[in-house]
Design a protein around this ligand. Sequence first.
Ligand code: TXA
Ligand code: MG
Length: 326
Amino acid sequence: MSDPIIATERLDPNTDGVPKTVHLLASGELVAIPTETVYGLGADASDPVAVAKIFAAKERPRFNPLIAHLPDTTNALREGIFNEAAMRLASTFWPGPLTLVVPAARTCRVCDLARAGLASVALRVPAHDLARDLLGRFERPLAAPSANRSGRISPTSADHVLADLDGRIAAVLDGGECKVGVESTVIACLDEVPRLLRPGGIARADLAEILGRDLAPPEPASRPIGPGLLASHYAPRARVRLEAMRVATGEAALLFGQFEPAGLGGAVASENLSETGDLQEAAARLFSALRRLDGSGASSIAICPIPDDGIGEAINDRLKRAAAPR
Ligand code: TXA
Ligand code: MG
C-alpha cells in the first residue's frame, strides 16, 4: 500500500505557528512539535482516527502505548489516578523530562488505541514553552511518540523530523534544537513500588532521592511492548560497535571527553559528544551526532566509553539499543 503524499509545512512559532498547529491538531492532522527531550509526533489523543495516523506515518509494526502530553499537573490529574509516589514525582519534576504510567482515571480522555487497550495511561508535562503554550490552547491530551520512522534515530531538530517524515505529516512546528536530547524517564506508579520502565532525561539518583527508595525494575510479566523498550531501536544504517578502544580504518568514531582511541586518524568521520566530559551536553548532542556519523557513509560506528552516571544511563541505554542485532 502506498501512502498519500502530503505537503509538510514548516511552521514558524514567531508568526502564526502555534495557532496553526492547534488548528491542524483539532482537525485530526499530525503535527511534529518540539519538546525539551526530542520532537514528538503529535495527534489528538482522544481521537482514535488521528492516533492511527501516527502508527501509519511512523510505520510502527504494532500498536504500542503512547505518551499523552498535558500543559500542567492539574490537567494531568484528570487523566490518571496518582498515588503518593506519583504525586511526589509530579510535583518535583513536572514540567520536565518525566513520564508517569498510572491507572487511567474514569475521566481519562486518552483513547484505547493510544493506550494500546491497557488500563493504565502514560502522562507527561513537558518543560518547553512552545509545547506548553500549544497544549494549553489545544485543551486536550496530545499523543506524541518521537517524530521519527520506527526504529530510526529520534529527532532533536525540525530538519531531523523532515528527513524522516516529510510528505507524511501535515506540519512541523520549528522550535529549534531540543535541550535535553534523550527521551523522558518513564516510571510506572501502578502499585506501592515505583518501577523504572525507561531511563531518560532525569537521572535515577535524583528520582530515588525524592522517593526515599531505589527504583525497582519493571515486572517481567507486565513489561510493556513499547518500541522504546525493544532491544533493537534507534538504529542508524551503519553497524554500531560499543566500548571501542580503537577505531578501524574506514570506521566513524563517536568520542566523549578527552579519551582518544587508537587509530582515530584513520576514521572517516568523528564527533565528540562533549570535550569537557559533560553528560548533559552529551545527551543533547547524541542523536544529531549519530545522524551525522551515519551520513558519513561509514559502514560501522565505533562508540568510545561513556560513564553510566546520571543521564549517562539513558545515553548508554540508547546506544545499546542502537548496537543490538536487528
Ligand atoms: O521524551 C519523550 O518521552 C518523547 C517526547 C516526544 O515527549 N516521547 C516518547 O514517546 O518517547 P514514545 O511513545 O516513543 O514512548 C512511549 C514509552 C514507551 O516506552 C512505552 O512503552 C511507554 O512509554 N508506555 C506508554 N504507555 C505505557 C503504559 N500504559 N504502560 C507501560 N509503558 C507505557
Ligand atoms: Mg521513539
